[in-house]
Ligand binder design. Structure first.
Ligand code: ZN
Length: 255
């Protein structure tokens, strides 16, 4: 599942695959990809940088063009060497970029478009995003303040609200609340600023570890019915928030 950590890993993978090279050929085999008719515009371009904003990925491809993709639940970028077996069939790939020594492929995702960088800055989807949980201490402070101001929301729902803080998905919602011993059903209003800051820092630390290692904590997520590793109480799960995303928590040691 794509959360901020995996999207940042993808961005690093993409930058590594490009190096100083450029796109030799581009193809959009999957008809779902709306950029299909314009895919030739990518040929000949190098990568200035790969930027992440929560689950959004933006590839800056020079002065006048950027590729903007949202990873959704299942989107991912993969780098393949010649002859290497692909994860899924070519016809399902949203985008295939031939870089010579490497082929970059995106499977899945929910949106992709080509856009001028100036328009990107005015884009409402990006402008409305809160500070990125992986963008350092200042962003964490802003995100903490936003969460504290989300009156009436349960913390498990607030953590997923990308306008308050961007990048945390369903896994890190449950895992960060568990590690910080916060009951995800508590109303934001009952959480004092120190505890909120600790919770947000916990999520950031877990996700930074995810960026470095590719691994996630896995202490509470999808452990419903199993004994809590801390106190032995059976772990519970239930849908939370307007999107009814499943939250996992231990009623014994998260208060
Ligand atoms: Zn417990």
């Amino acid at each position: 599942m794509a959360e901020g950590d995996t999207v940042l890993r993808m961005a690093r993978r993409i930058e590594g695959a490009f190096g100083d090279g450029f796109i030799l050929a581009a193809e959009a085999p999957n008809r779902k990809n709306p950029i299909g008719p314009r895919v030739d515009e990518l040929v000949g371009r190098s990568l200035v940088r790969a930027e992440t904003r929560g689950k959004h990925l933006v590839l800056h491809l020079g002065d006048d063009l950027a590729l903007h993709a949202h990873m959704g639940m299942n989107g991912g970028w993969y780098a393949y060497r010649p002859g290497q077996r692909w994860k899924r069939p070519r016809r399902s790939a949203w985008l295939v970029l031939d870089l010579g020594a490497t082929t970059l492929v995106q499977f899945g995702g929910t949106m992709m478009r080509l856009i001028r960088p100036a328009e990107l800055r005015r884009d409402s989807r990006l402008a409305l995003l809160g500070p990125d949980v992986l963008a350092g201490p200042e962003a964490l402070e802003l995100g903490t303040a936003n969460l504290l101001g989300a009156h009436g929301l349960e913390i498990g729902e607030a953590l997923l609200n990308q306008r308050l803080i961007a990048g945390i998905g369903n896994i890190f919602k449950s895992e960060s609340c568990f590690e910080a011993r916060v009951d995800p059903w508590r109303k934001v209003d009952t959480i004092d600023p120190d505890l909120m800051a600790r919770l947000v820092e916990t999520a950031a630390r877990q996700m930074e570890r995810g960026v470095e290692t590719g691994r996630r904590p896995g202490r509470i997520y999808r452990k419903a019915g199993r004994p809590c590793i801390r106190c032995g109480t059976p772990v519970r799960s239930r849908g939370q928030g307007v999107d009814n995303r499943t939250t996992y928590w231990c009623p014994g040691c998260q208060t």
